[in-house]
Structure formats: C-alpha cells, structure tokens
Write a protein that binds this ligand. Structure first.
Ligand code: IVH
Length: 647
C-alpha cells in the first residue's frame, strides 16, 4: 500500500536471515515464505488449468445514452432493483485468478480463453503485491478457511515502466512499447528470475467464495480484499443514480492522466452480487456490468497521400491525408507535417501505417510510423521533387536557416496583390474599380493586408493616396460595397482555393447551400459533389483547414460580408436541363448558368439526349443545331430564355 513499515535495509536484513535459516533447515520452507517469490529453476512450459467459473468479458459502452440503455435493460429484467452501482477504473493489464487455500496462495492462473488458463504460479509469486498468505486481522478469518479466489489485473505502473525503459535504453536494449504488453509478456516468461526483475503489480476486482452469501456486494468485496492484504482496484465508489455514475466517469476522463496506471475506461456494475448472478450472462458478458470506454487517444491509420499546401504567405506546408480515424473522440483525416525536416526525421512515407494522436488534445499529429507494416518498395518523400510535381509552374526557395520552402519572390505583397485581383475579377466578385493598379496602390500603402480589408476602406484613407481623387475614391468604395452580400458561388470562387474554378464553385454552392457547410464537409462529402474528384476535394479541405483562412473567414463575417444561403426555389426550372450555344447578348454564359441553377435547373456543357432546352445565341455553327434537330431538342432564343428565367 505504498507504506512499508520497515526500511528497505531492514527488509533486506530480515530476508537474509530467513534465507540462512531455511538453508540450514529446508524442512521449514513453506510455500508462502517470502524466499519462495523467486523460483529456482525455469519452467518447462505452462500447465493448462480449468477455471472454477468462467472468466468473462464486458460489453463496451461509450456514452451516457449507452449507460442509460444498459440500465433500462437490467431494470426490465429486475424491476426496481438495479439502482445501486459500483464503479472502478479499468486497468489495462492482464487478467489473473489467484487461488488461496486456507489462506495460502496455491495457484495463479491466467485468463486464457476464459474457461482454461495457464498456471503461472511461479511467476506470480514474484509479484510483491500478491500476498503469499492472506492477512488475518481477526475480522475476516472466514476467508482463511477453505478456498478463496481473487481475480484481478497484473499491471505495471507508469513510473516503473518509464524507469525500466530508461535503463534498457542505457543498456542498449530495445525498449517496450507500453506497460500492458510488457506485463503480459513478462508473465509468460519461462524464467521466474526475469519476472522478479520486472516491477509488476496486482490489483484485484473480485473475491469469490464457494458460498456466495459471504460477500453480498462488490463494494464490501473490495473492503474484504483490502483487509486481507490485497490491493483492490481504486479509485472506486458506490453510486445510486446515473448522474452520479456519469460524474465519476467524466471526472476520470479528465483526470486519468494523473493516475499511476494506464486506463482506457472504467467498469460499472450492479453492486448487489446476488442480483448480478441472477441477471446472468449473454455470450461472454455478464448482463449486470459494462465497460465504459474512453475515446482512444492514439489510433493507427494508413497514410494515403502527402500534399503540399501553399499558405497565403507563400509557405509550402506538407499535409498528410489518411483514412478517416477516430482519435480522442473525433474523426480526423489529415494532419500538418509542418516541414520537410519533420517528414525526414520521422521518415514518413505514402502507404505507411501511422500512429495519430492529438497534440494538446486538439490538433491531430502523426506521432510515428509503424515500420513493421511498411509496404515494400515505398519511396522516401522528397520535398523538392514533390514541389516540382505538385506546382510545376512555381519556383520555391528555402531561405537559409529556415525549415520551410517558400514561393520564390512571393514575399507577402506579391501574393496578396494577386489574390485581391482575383477576388475582384470578373468571374469572382466583379469589382471593376479594383484593377491591377488600384490594388497595387492599396496594398503598397498598407491599407489592404488581406482580402477582407477592402471592405474596411474609408473615403478619407483612399483619398489620401496619390492615385485617387475625390470621385474615384468614392467610386472605388461604392464598387466594393455593392458586392454585399456576395453570391455564394462567386464568393467561393473569389477566395482563390486551388483547383476551384467557377464551375466547381457553383457546384459547391448548389450542393452545400451555405459557406459553413462547405467548410465543415469531410473529404467523402466533398467527393460526392458531382464533378469534384480527389484532388479538388483535398484542396478544398486543406484550404478550410488553414488557420489563416479560418481567421480570414471570421473577419469577413465580422464585417458583415457573408454569402447568402442558396435557396432552392421550389424549382421553376427544376429537372430541366439547359445547353447554351453561341454567345449571349445580355449576360455571360456563366451568369446564365448561375441563374438556371438558382431556379433548380441544370446547366450542361454539351448537348445530350436528356437536354430539354438548347439556347441558341449569336454565331452558332450549323453542326450544333443539326444535332439538336436530330435529337428533337427544344431550341429557344436568348429572349425566350430570359422569359423562363423571370420569376
Ligand atoms: S470486473 C466480467 N473491473 O477487463 C468480468 N475488470 O473487459 C468483470 N479489467 O476480464 C471484471 N479492470 O481483466 C473488472 N476494474 C475492473 C477491471 C477489469 C480491468 C479487465 C478484466 C476483465 C476485462 C473485461
């Protein structure tokens, strides 16, 4: 109990004395002598032993609803009797049954398949927290008569595990992956001396007597165990409502890292053992208990791709895309790899199985590669080669002393000017007062530091610049303000997301209806949009994932510049498919497409059997028309189209 009554030196001295005594009087050696903790000769193998009663497993639950459903089920089978609960932490170790005969440890059996386990008595004897004889404190002397079985977990505490691994590292030995594997591996060692050298611990969760009325509740069982000198699993407590149970669950979810052992959840049982037995077993699991599992904090997945994303400052950041996986309660499918050095250090390659965790519990990160699972022949990731491949039309440099590659010459202003021009361009928000020269002047004067800044410009600010006289500054600001609220598709296009052209922007707008929904869509959702493939979907995902971009969107929203939701109008043109040929007089083809879509119609790029209307503009080649005639497509003029577009 972490509270030894004598010092280590005294303990060692007594042990020496006992050893000498036993050596000269071998007949005095009893099986529960502390000298017998370390068996003399290695075991040849493990004997199979049948358990007195099956060692069961537990059903998993993951949230309050699951707990409620479980209680409802048990309540139905035993109305009104199921409202006292015993909950304790679930220790991640290896299950073991200890058999005491008249208070002396006779046997230790692993769980095995639940029915038959392996006799690991010699090894378990080396575990200090397994008493070789039960303590008699006068109160519980009945447990010292006949058979007492104690069930529990063999574990290694975190600090012991770390110290052991540190020592192994110093000794040049391979380190162990985690305490559970180490404990399990150790117990199955054939040499008990080796087991004795590893600081294992035993923690009990059950005490079983032939006469079940001797222990009526799990909570009293835990008290008996303690009094017999066996450490029961703790923290543990008795509760009488779901709220109380959930408080305990929540408390340990937050604080479990402070526990001395690893845990992946806790166990909740009906405290009344008679009722527990009455409710029986389904499959391998008792009806009257569940394991509440906390979300895994680490998970493995396969790395599908490493794509490079260019931030607004021109920095090239490699990003890992992997199969969606749940980590600490949320599904993640991508993680920043920071820079080329990081990839090299962790040697991360496409096709690798990687371990994902959440840094600071929020940001997904790749912790390491599971090298054993690397497919053969996968190549190292080479940043410069990848940059050429993914951005053939750009040049990159890696400034000395820096870890990141940047777009050459693209110190902030150049990229910014380009993106503001794109934002204001015809297919985007179409702000004709924001041509190249005006944009340059505004950026150079420091009035525009990001896209959203164009909406904050005041007449006084603009007028103060050489280029702008009274009138033109007014015109400029009016031109900008006129775009509020921006149409969703145009706004998406204006943001300058790589691979998102006008058509994709329109498709996204029509599919998702709101900008937030585009931003929160998963890779799979994005892929379901007609015309959006892997590359485009990834690029959209990455864009919305960038901190800078999220801040930019937040700024737009603060400034009241936010695209309206796309309303599916009860479909005046719903189900109707349009093709436009030749040039239109009153509007561009993309605007016409936008209007058709806004009314529920579909805009097609080429004539097909299913096309309903062919809008014939000016300068149309004869071949287009003859095809339409052949197919019997309804041919209409631009004026007729305009009529259809009117509400
Ligand atoms: S009670 C029906 N309590 O988890 C078995 N088990 O998934 C009821 N375990 O086999 C066991 N901590 O090896 C119980 N506090 C705890 C536990 C615990 C770990 C293990 C045990 C059991 C397995 C069930």
């Amino acid at each position: 109990m972490d509270n030894p009554s004598v010092s280590d030196a005294v303990y060692d001295g007594l042990m020496r004395e006992l050893k000498q005594l036993e050596e000269s009087n071998p007949s005095l050696i009893s099986p529960d002598s502390p000298t017998q903790r370390v068996g003399a000769k290695p075991l040849a193998g493990f004997k199979k032993v049948t358990h007195s009663s099956r060692m069961l497993s537990l059903n998993d639950v993951f949230n309050r609803e699951d707990v409620e459903a479980w209680i409802k089920r048990t309540d139905k089978l035993a109305p009104g009797r199921t409202h006292e609960f015993y909950a304790n932490l679930k220790m991640d170790g290896l299950a073991c049954a200890l058999i005491y005969q008249n208070g002396v440890l006779e046997r230790a059996i692993t769980r095995g398949d639940g029915f038959v386990g392996e006799d690991v008595t010699t090894n378990v004897r080396t575990i200090k927290s397994v008493p070789l004889s039960l303590r008699n404190n006068g109160k519980n002397s009945r447990f010292l008569n006949g058979r007492t079985e104690v069930r529990g977990e063999i574990v290694m505490l975190k600090t012991d595990f770390e110290a052991l691994n540190k020592q192994r590292e110093l000794d040049g030995l391979p380190v162990f992956a985690n305490p559970r594997n180490l404990a399990a591996g150790t117990i199955r060692q054939l040499d008990p001396k080796l087991v004795a050298a590893r600081p294992l611990q035993f923690r009990a969760y059950d005490i079983i007597r032939n006469n079940p009325t001797e222990v009526t509740t799990f909570s009293s069982g835990a008290e008996c165990l303690q009094s017999l000198g066996i450490t029961a699993i703790s923290p543990a407590d008795v509760f009488t409502s779901i709220d109380e149970v959930m408080n305990f669950v929540d408390h340990w979810e937050t604080n479990r890292h402070d526990l001395p052992f690893n845990t992946d959840g806790l166990v909740v049982k009906l405290n009344d053992r008679k009722l527990y037995a009455e409710l029986g077993v389904v499959g391998k699991n008792p009806r009257a208990a569940v394991a509440y599992k906390y979300p895994a904090e680490e998970a493995t997945t396969t790395l599908k791709d490493i794509v490079i994303s260019i931030g607004r400052t021109g920095a090239a950041t490699p990003v890992a895309l992997f199969d969606p996986v749940v980590v600490a309660g949320t599904t993640v499918q991508h993680a920043s790899l920071h820079n080329a050095d990081e990839i090299e250090r962790k040697d991360i390659r496409r096709g690798d199985t990687v371990v994902i965790f959440k840094a600071g519990d929020i940001i997904p990160q790749i912790d390491r590669v599971v090298l054993e699972l690397r497919p053969s022949g996968v190549k190292r990731f080479h940043m410069e080669t990848e940059l050429k491949l993914q951005y053939p039309d750009m040049e990159f440099i890696r400034p000395t002393g820096e870890a990141v590659y940047r777009v050459k010459g693209a110190s902030g202003p150049l990229l910014l000017k380009r993106s503001v021009q794109h934002f204001a361009s015809k297919g985007a928000l179409d702000i004709d007062t924001l041509g190249e020269k005006n944009v340059s002047a505004l950026v150079e004067a420091g009035l525009v530091k990001d896209l959203a800044d164009i909406y904050t410009l005041t007449k006084a600010q603009v007028e103060a610049l050489d280029r702008f006289a009274d009138i033109s500054s007014e015109k400029l600001i009016a031109g900008v303000q006129k775009t509020i609220p921006p149409p969703l598709a145009r706004f998406i296009y204006a943001l300058g997301i790589r691979h998102v052209g006008t058509q994709t922007a329109i498709d996204l707008a029509n599919h998702f209806k709101r900008l937030d929904s585009v931003g929160s869509a998963s890779l799979d959702e994005l892929r379901t949009v007609n015309g959006i493939g892997d590359v485009v979907a990834e690029s959209i995902l990455l864009w919305f994932d960038e901190r800078d971009n999220q801040e930019l969107l937040a700024k737009f929203r603060r400034l009241g510049v936010w695209p309206l939701e796309v309303k599916t109008v009860g479909g005046k043109l719903s189900g109707k498919k349009f093709v436009i040929t030749g040039s239109l007089q009153t509007m561009g083809r993309d605007i016409a497409a936008e209007k058709i879509r806004a009314l529920g119609g579909t805009f097609q790029s080429s004539l097909g059997k299913d096309t309903d209307y062919l809008v014939v503009g000016a300068n149309v080649g004869a071949s287009k028309l003859s095809k339409a005639t052949k197919l019997g497509t309804n041919q209409i003029t631009e004026t007729e189209m305009l009529k259809l577009l009117q509400f």
